[in-house]
Design a protein around this ligand. Sequence first.
Ligand SMILES: Cc1ncc(COP(=O)(O)O)c(C=O)c1O
Length: 410
Amino acid sequence: MLFTNPAAIKTAYPTELKAILSKAGADECRLWISFWNRIYARATPLRALPRLAEHLGVGSVLIKDEGDRSVLGSFKALGAPIALVRLILRRWPSSGFEPGRLFQGAYKNEVADFTVISATDGNHGKALAAAAQSIGCGCVIVLHAKVSKEREQAIAQYGAQIVRIAGNYDESVEEAARLGRVNGWEVVSDTSYEGYEEVPRDVMQGYGVISAEIVEALSAPEGQGAPFTHVFLQGGVGGLAAGVLSYFWERYGDKRPQVVIVEPAQADCLYQSATSGIPSRTNGSVDSVMAGLACGETSPLAWKFLETGADFFLTIEDSDATEAMRVLAEGRHGDIPLVSGESGAAGLAALQVLRASDVLARQAGLTDASRILLINTEAATAPAIYAEIVGTTDDAIRARQAAWTSPVTL
Ligand SMILES: Cc1ncc(COP(=O)(O)O)c(C=O)c1O
């Protein structure tokens, strides 16, 4: 289902939003995270998919490959690690800790008794655990019943203590808050709730690094519009979308691109927020193959950005996402093969859904001149599930990618 947001505005970036998330803040995150040896020392690839664009009848398709950000396999490597560093700097205000050296474990002894806790459906918890291990503090991760054993092991390998609960994602968020209160552990959540905004703000600000790299790669003169017309952003609680769109909005102002928010139909809390006008819950089962997007409740802080900064809200089916994973893995129309996980492929899935219907394409303003930006937010973060869906391993796809040479056009 596609909803056109009547509250969307195309103005200069509002000052009240800039006070929360800014380009300057994202640029600072970019510098700090560059000191962390678990992140690759280069921007993630921004790849053109010209054959796919031709097949879909749009002007161009670019995909930013966040699966290739680090060994952690997702964009979440930019969020929790930054928030953890800022939390430690606030906690030890006169310590003189340098952010970059924190990532290098230079203050291990000072922070050894400090413990952080978070709920996760996989990627956020893995990034937090890896950062805590590098920095040298304790980490507890709360997992809900649907998080696969494979994802649990991927988190545990970074030394985090795992707590398993019987309930769903939202209940795991509550349990993390409770355990934090009881034990004096600091919650590092990627979603905000009443009285808890500072850390999720820092998480979202870290995601702005994605936009900073895109803006740099597609350098356009100041005052000109964005070099893409539509950006598709996956929605869980809304943090990724807020972090990415805020940077584009500040950079391109009233010429910002159209923003399409994509969610599983079973976990459509942002869609529900848009139709009701206030941060809302989903009525769905919150059970989707797109594990990273299986969130039932909107982050109110993220909603402040989506409320007027997102133009369209689209729900997709699990089968749309798995099909998009295969299209990217095969490089089906003659483009470079890409490893894109269940949530990572949701942006392409949405584009394909819109393009398959003249009515929807028209509603979203998609034409043969549209320049599309997609974000592959994760690689095969659950490799066994990936291989089952795609029919071969992520390593095999990466080998094909390494061997791929662009077909010569005469
Ligand atoms: C791979 C992936 N993509 C997108 C998202 C959505 O991010 P957010 O919950 O900040 O909206 C998540 C969240 O976990 C994710 O893991």
